[in-house]
Design a protein around this ligand. Structure first.
Ligand code: GLN
Length: 537
C-alpha cells in the first residue's frame, strides 16, 4: 500500500512548493523508495493549455501529451518518477467529470455537492495514481495558498484522505514564510502561526513545517513555531534561500527531513547519501569556470516562469560544459534594423523559444537572420524552428513575403502551414499535436552528432508544421532536413549548411533535460557557444 504526503503552502504564494515537493521526492528516492508526485491546481481551466504564459508561466508537456503545470517539470528534473497526465489534477477536470457523471445519471436521485461528490472525485483521482503503479510514496502538492476559497475542496479532500487511509499512512507538510523585519532586525513567526491556525480550522494538523526565510531561524523562533503550531521542534525545518535550486534536497537532508518522514510514516527504508547529486550537479554548478552569454529572443521575456524549462535546460548544459550560462532576455517586439546589432552583438548563442500569435515574430525572424549570417550558434524551438524556416525562405530562397499561415493566412509562400488534421479542429483545449512522437535523424548532421542515435522521441505542442511542398526547393538552397517523422512526412529538425551550429526543432527538447543528464541539443548548443566565444576572442 502507498503512503501519502500532502504539501500545502501558507502566507504567500511562490514560496517554492513545487521545488519542495520535488526535493522530497528526491530525498525519498535516495532512500530506495518509489515515488510519484501529483499537482492539484484549484483553477477552473481543465488544463493550463489555454492560458497565457503571463497568467500561468510555462505549460509543461508530459510524455503522454498532457498540458500541465510547470511544477511537473520540477518533479521530472529532480526525480525519476513517471509523470503523466494523471499527475496534474485541476478543479476544471474534477468538475467536468462530476457534471458529466450527473448528466449520465450516475448520481440519480442525489443532490450533487462539493462534499462528497467533488471531494470523492479528487480522492479517487489521487488514488488512481497509486492503483496504476506500484509506489511506496505519493506526494501531493496542493496549489494556491491556505485561505484561498478555490483550494478548499482540495484541502477537505486531503483531510478526509488521511481518515480513509489511516493516520499512519498519510502526513501533511506545510510550507510557510518566516519574514525578516529589517527595522526591528527580527524574524517573525506570527504569519506562520496564523497560516497553520487556518489549516487547523479546517481540520488539518501538519506534522512538519518548512519555513522559507532569508535569515537563519533562531532556536527561540523554532521553539515558538513548535509550541504554537503544535509540531515537534525537530519538525520545524528551515528552507533558506539557495543559489542553486538543486541544492534544496541537500539542505533538507542536513536537517533530517527524510528521516522524519520515513519515521512518521513508518516506512522501512535504507539510507543512501546524495553524494552523486551533490558532486555531479550541485558542486559543479557552484564552481563553473567559464561563462557564455545566450540571447533568448522571445515574447514572454519579463516573466521568468514563462520559459522555465528552457532556462533550466540551459543551466544543465552549462553544468556539463563547465560554464555559467548568462541569459540575456530580449523582447522580440523591440528589435529593429537599427538596434539588432547592439542587442545581439554580445551573444555567444541565440535561442528562440516556442510561442503563439503574430506579436514579435518579425523581430524573431530578424534574430534568426543575424544568427545565420554572423554564424552565431542558434537553437530554435517549435515556433523558433518555424521562424528559422521563414527566414531562410525569404532571405536565401527568395520567397518574398514567405510566412506561416498562422500569421499571414494569404501569404504567397506558406512555408509553415496548418497540419492536415488540424484543419477541421475548432475546439482549442488539448487539440494540438501533443506529447512524444518518434523522429528519425539524418546521418552526418549536428543533430546526429548530438543524439548519437537514429531514432529519438521528443515532446510536441503545435498546430502548424513545415509545408513539405517547399522541401525540395529549400534543400537545393542548402537547408538540411535533419530529422523527420519515421514516415518521412513531417519535418522535425532543420539545419543549415555552412554554419557551425544551427539547429531548429519542431518539438520541445527542454522538457527532457535533467541537471545530471542535460539534453544533447542544449549540451552541444552551449559547447558551440563556448567555441564561438573562444574564436571571437
Ligand atoms: N504557434 C506555433 C504552432 O502552433 C508554434 C507552437 C509552439 O511554439 N509551441 O505550430
Amino acid at each position: 500500500m502507498s503512503k501519502y504526503i500532502f504539501i500545502t503552502g501558507g502566507v504567500v504564494s511562490s514560496l517554492g512548493k513545487g521545488i519542495l515537493s520535488a526535493s522530497i521526492g528526491k530525498l525519498l528516492e535516495s532512500r530506495g523508495l518509489k515515488v510519484s508526485i501529483i499537482k492539484c491546481d484549484p483553477y477552473i481551466n481543465v488544463d493550463p493549455g489555454t492560458m497565457n504564459p503571463y497568467q500561468h508561466g510555462e505549460v509543461y508537456v508530459t510524455e503522454d501529451g498532457a498540458e500541465t503545470d510547470l511544477d511537473l517539470g520540477h518533479y521530472e528534473r529532480f526525480t525519476s518518477a513517471k509523470i503523466s497526465s494523471e499527475n496534474n489534477i485541476t478543479s476544471g477536470m474534477v468538475y467536468n467529470s462530476v457534471i458529466k457523471k450527473e448528466r449520465d445519471g450516475v448520481y440519480l436521485g442525489d443532490t450533487v455537492q462539493v462534499i462528497p461528490h467533488i471531494t470523492d472525485e479528487i480522492k479517487s483521482r489521487i488514488k488512481k495514481v497509486s492503483a496504476n503503479r506500484k509506489l511506496d510514496v505519493i506526494i501531493v502538492e496542493i496549489g494556491g495558498t491556505v485561505g484561498d476559497i478555490e483550494s478548499l475542496p482540495f484541502l477537505e479532500a486531503i483531510r478526509q484522505f488521511k481518515q480513509d487511509v489511516g493516520f499512519k499512512n498519510a502526513m501533511n507538510i506545510h510550507l510557510t514564510l518566516v519574514p525578516y523585519l529589517k527595522s526591528s532586525e527580527e524574524i517573525k513567526t506570527k504569519p506562520t502561526q496564523h497560516s497553520v491556525g487556518k489549516l487547523r480550522e479546517i481540520g488539518i494538523q501538519p506534522e512538519i513545517i518548512v519555513c522559507r526565510s532569508e535569515k537563519s531561524i533562531t532556536a527561540e523562533s523554532r521553539q515558538k513555531i513548535s509550541l504554537f503550531c503544535n509540531v515537534e521542534k525537530e519538525a520545524v525545518i528551515q528552507a533558506a534561500d539557495v543559489d542553486c535550486i538543486y541544492e534544496v534536497p541537500l539542505m533538507l537532508k542536513e536537517q533530517w527531513l527524510d528521516e522524519l518522514i520515513v519515521r512518521k510514516l513508518d516506512i522501512p527504508a535504507f539510507d543512501r547519501d546524495l553524494d552523486v547529486w551533490r558532486n555531479n550537479v550541485v558542486e559543479r554548478a557552484k564552481n563553473l569556470k567559464n561563462a557564455v552569454t545566450i540571447a533568448v529572443v522571445g515574447k514572454y521575456i519579463s516573466l521568468k516562469d514563462a520559459y522555465k524549462s528552457i532556462y533550466e535546460a540551459l543551466a544543465h548544459a552549462g553544468i556539463k560544459n563547465n560554464v555559467i550560462v548568462n541569459t540575456v532576455k530580449i523582447e522580440s517586439e523591440g528589435i529593429t534594423k537599427n538596434n539588432i546589432h547592439d542587442m545581439l552583438k554580445d551573444a555567444d548563442g541565440i535561442l528562440i523559444p516556442g510561442g503563439f500569435g503574430t506579436r514579435g515574430t518579425e523581430g524573431k525572424i530578424a534574430a534568426v537572420r543575424y544568427a545565420r549570417e554572423k554564424k552565431v550558434p542558434f537553437l530554435g524551438l517549435c515556433l523558433g524552428m518555424q521562424m528559422a524556416v521563414i527566414e531562410y525562405a525569404r532571405n536565401v530562397c527568395g520567397f518574398d513575403k514567405a510566412n506561416s499561415t498562422e500569421f499571414l493566412p494569404k501569404t504567397p509562400y506558406p512555408v509553415i502551414s496548418l497540419m492536415e488534421h488540424q484543419r477541421k479542429t475548432k475546439q482549442k483545449g488539448a487539440t494540438m499535436r501533443l506529447g512524444a512522437y518518434p523522429c528519425n535523424i539524418k546521418k552526418n548532421t549536428n543533430s546526429s552528432r548530438a543524439y548519437r542515435r537514429k531514432r529519438i522521441y521528443e515532446r510536441h505542442r503545435h498546430r502548424y508544421e513545415f509545408n513539405s511542398k517547399y522541401r525540395k526547393a529549400m534543400e537545393k538552397k542548402g537547408m538540411i532536413f535533419a530529422g523527420t517523422s519515421p514516415d518521412g512526412r513531417l519535418v522535425e529538425i532543420i539545419e543549415v549548411k555552412k554554419h557551425p551550429w544551427f539547429v531548429a526543432v519542431q518539438y520541445h527538447p527542454e522538457f527532457k533535460s535533467k541537471p545530471d543528464l542535460p539534453h544533447p541539443l542544449f549540451r552541444d548548443f552551449i559547447a558551440g557557444a563556448l567555441k564561438y566565444k573562444r574564436n571571437k576572442a
